[in-house]
Design a binder for this molecule. Sequence first.
Ligand code: IYR
Length: 328
Amino acid sequence: MDAYERITRNVSEVVTEDEVRALAEAPDGKRAYVGYEPSGVLHIGHMLTATKLIELQEAGLDVTVLLADVHAYLNDKGSFDEIRETAERMKEQFLAYGLDEEKTEFVLGSEFQFDREYVLDLHALELNTTLSRAERAMAEIKSGESAKVSQAVYPLMQALDIVYLDVDLAIGGMEQRKVHMLARDVLPAIEEESPTCLHTPLIADLSTGVGKMSSSTGTTISMEDSTEDIEEKVNAAFCPPTAHPDPDDDGNDRENPVLQIFEYHVFPRFQQVVVERPEEYGGDLTYDDYESLEADLESGELHPMDAKTALVSYLDELIAPGREKIQA
Ligand code: IYR
């Protein structure tokens, strides 16, 4: 796998391909970043972009993790003091998940977002952006029903972070894409270039395969989960013997979340996946890549129940170090 393939592996969107190719040709000294609103404990959504950061570190890039305390505050996630405390704990969890301590810089938003220069630049962006554009950018991020003024400021600050953190690549889930597109439009007013972005896919809801897995609306997998919790959630997950299930009765597109977790979480972190089976059921199955596991599930060679049992043990291995930190 060459550097470009590694950088873009498993991503849903590359903005733009030419820009990422240029990065891949000379990754040394280049910096990628993801920002996270500090909240509770790491869940599978955080882990997905964290896995991408780990892959980028392996490809030679440096990484900044922005613990976006001010953003969480603007998005109504609690008192500023509470958010700051959560941010500290999250940092530990990211390291436990496997980010390279030497190559990761953790920055709190409040360390630079109150600087006079940042605030003035922010006001310049506010002058250049309509409220409706800011609102649209926030559609998939904002919490609560009605839009607040703070939530219109939010995406402009996220855009400005790219400039102030001096990063070459912005990473986020697909729900961040409209903010990044806004950034590409508004930043040229204060900077030479538009930021380069990679967007990771969203994992479907575990029990239905429809929409996005989310802690607010249903089941999610988090670093707090015990082995038994993971077992229970994965065993109850939607896992038809296909990667592309038919739409549900209401016509909604569906995914196979068990396969998605193998593809986006397990294979990027393990060289090989072994599905253990008793001899009488054909013995162990060994996979060097995601595609062969998917093909076996589709052909019936791999039973969904055996795939789930293997998924539980790999997920548990990924989560265990963070879980120990939380319990300590
Ligand atoms: N909008 C993100 C949090 C966030 C991301 C970046 I990249 C920033 O520069 C600032 C905030 C979220 O939804 O969690």
